[in-house]
Design a protein around this ligand. Structure first.
Ligand SMILES: Nc1ncnc2c1ncn2[C@@H]1O[C@H](COP(=O)(O)OP(=O)(O)O)[C@@H](O)[C@H]1O
Ligand SMILES: [Mg+2]
Length: 164
């Protein structure tokens, strides 16, 4: 039913009407974030992976401007926790491997990875996946899957209690 591009059905499909909906989700997840949190973002160009990341950073307490990491690949910011923002679109798997991403994934901060499915093999086993589907100019369908006990619990809690 929610089988998107061959992935298993999402545990939760969160419908967003505009950026304020995206911000509610980003804010709720930023509050849950802890050292070692990894969020894998996928979705077509212009879907809103960077927009989501910027709103997440804002709610994590990052004061600096968060730019798209398309050309910088990895950017670090300071918030309530360190915030690591990656875009792996331009990386080959070998190049990504050489960057030593585990230092980030298993570090003290929170990592958001745009185009994460391109480095599937390098992602931690436990990860929160968000597939952003564009449905209209500002409407988005967020397909959310928690992999591992912690993220499964997050998704259940958010699905049941809402994200306001
Ligand atoms: N509900 C929404 N969620 C996220 N982005 C949205 C939404 N509605 C409109 N947008 C716009 O869509 C664009 C998404 O671009 P961007 O975040 O750079 O995409 P990506 O990083 O996935 O390529 C931005 O201009 C953003 O303002
Ligand atoms: Mg982007």
């Amino acid at each position: 039913m929610d089988d998107h591009k061959g992935n298993p059905p999402a545990q939760w499909v969160y419908e967003v009407e505009d950026l304020t909906g995206t911000e509610r989700l980003a804010g709720a997840l930023a509050r849950l974030a802890q050292p070692g949190t990894v969020i894998a973002l996928d979705g077509d160009l212009g879907a809103g992976k960077t927009a989501f990341s910027q709103l997440f950073a804002k709610h994590l307490g990052v004061k600096d401007t968060v730019n798209s990491p398309t050309f910088t690949l990895i950017k670090e910011y300071e918030g309530r926790l360190p915030f690591y923002h990656m875009d792996v679109y331009r990386l080959s798997l070998d190049e990504a491997d050489e960057l030593g991403l585990d230092e980030y994934f298993y570090g003290n901060g929170v990592t958001l990875v745009e185009w994460a499915s391109l480095i599937e093999e390098l992602l931690p086993q436990d990860v929160l996946r968000i597939y952003v589907e564009t449905v209209s100019a500002s409407g988005r369908r967020m397909h959310i899957n928690g992999q591992g006990a912690t993220y499964e619990a997050w998704v259940s809690a958010l699905r049941e209690n809402g994200v306001s």
